[in-house]
Design a protein around this ligand. Structure first.
Ligand code: CP3
Length: 321
């Protein structure tokens, strides 16, 4: 599942409470590795995803980041080009090194046939939080900033991309089998802006990681890309595409899965609802994609209120399909 650890699991909530703050949990290798492995123990998934967050990169670039219960992430907002010019040229590796230890610990706790995924946020998505200082319904502050200060914004995107390259390389060296680039806010951009702020920076990260690790396996997830997903797929050179729940399945099969393996795309709300609607939604996803290279997955993160029984029902339905 996408975001398989997290608040829907009582065992996660227990560790989270013990760790104190959310970032404390991200930077405690023993606890973060434990949380990474919890869903594998409970459900026997084929892959685990590193427990961390995309916002550790702004934190390692010297921005203040906190997670307020019930309100999501909070950062110092950025409203002028000078703040970007003054960002450090490189992420603080002392801050990030516990995450590489988490990767190594998690890998050694998995059976050899279980894949470990590392990840980062795409520069556009990370930048939206850095500019606004929080999640907003349409991330308008970053879009306005990018129109008003395109050079400074390009510099911000570059700093995040550079930090992400070394961050992913080190996750792969520490034992991640593949990495995923989450571009959660890709879909709110007009096509030209999408190309500039999502496709090109992602392409840069892919090339930068492969310069160090030519065989690196990289999954892209540009949520909401819709009809421009084939362009993203072709131009970024990612190895596989995460499909959100909104994409037309026939379109994705014919124009994306024909190019690269896909993963997705169950609506997290179908998982939340359960019952016959969940069975039907699982069957639709399987029917659409299982004749090509395909990984069953959610189309976005699992919601905290999702009943665990629904996850069990989903797994049984997928495996029986
Ligand atoms: O299985 C996992 O949970 C994997 C680890 C993971 C987290 N965040 C942990 C987390 C991953 C892969 C992410 C990615 C992430 N983080 C994205 C991209 C993917 C997506 O879901 O769109 C984004 C945009 C973020 C930024 C972020 N972090 C937000 C918006 C929030 C608040 C979410 C909410 O629903 O309130 C977070 C916090 C966060 N990251 C939680 C978890 C488990 C919940 C924090 C908690 O325990 O209170």
């Amino acid at each position: 599942m996408m975001r398989q650890a997290g608040r829907y699991l009582p065992e996660y909530r227990a560790v989270r409470q013990k760790a104190g703050g959310f970032l404390d949990l991200c930077f405690s290798p023993e606890l973060a590795a434990e949380v990474t492995l919890q869903p594998i123990r409970r459900f026997g998934f084929d892959a685990a995803i590193l427990f961390s967050d995309i916002l550790v990169i702004p934190h390692a670039l010297g921005r203040k980041v906190s997670f307020v219960a019930g309100e999501g992430p909070k950062l110092d907002p950025i409203d002028d080009p000078e703040t970007i010019a003054n960002l450090p040229l490189e992420a603080d590796q002392k801050i990030l090194s516990p995450i590489y230890e988490t990767v190594a610990r998690a890998k050694s706790g998995l059976l050899p046939n279980v894949t470990l995924l590392g990840f980062c946020g795409a520069p556009w998505t990370v930048a939206t939080y850095m500019i606004a200082g929080e999640g907003t319904p349409d991330q308008a502050p970053a879009r306005v900033f990018a129109y008003g200060f395109p050079d400074a914004f390009a510099e911000l995107i570059d700093r995040i991309a550079d930090a992400s390259i070394s961050y992913l390389v080190q996750q792969l060296k520490a034992g991640a089998d593949a990495v995923q680039i989450f571009d959660t806010w890709a879909g709110i951009l007009p096509p030209e802006e999408f190309h500039r702020w999502s496709v090109l920076p992602t392409k840069k990260i892919v090339a930068g990681v492969r310069k160090d690790i030519p065989e690196a396996k990289i999954i892209g997830f540009p949520r909401g890309a819709g009809s421009i997903l084939p362009v993203y797929t072709r131009e970024t050179n990612v190895d596989a595409i995460g499909l959100d729940w909104m994409i037309d399945k026939k379109f994705a099969r014919e124009n994306v899965q024909s190019l690269k393996p896909v993963q997705g795309n169950l609506d997290p709300l179908a998982l939340l609802a359960g019952g016959d609607a969940l069975d039907r939604a699982v069957d639709d996803v399987m029917a659409a994609f299982s004749n090509g290279p395909f990984i069953f997955n959610l189309g976005h993160g699992i919601l905290p209120e999702t009943p665990i029984e629904n996850v069990e029902q989903m797994i049984e339905r997928v495996r029986g399909n």
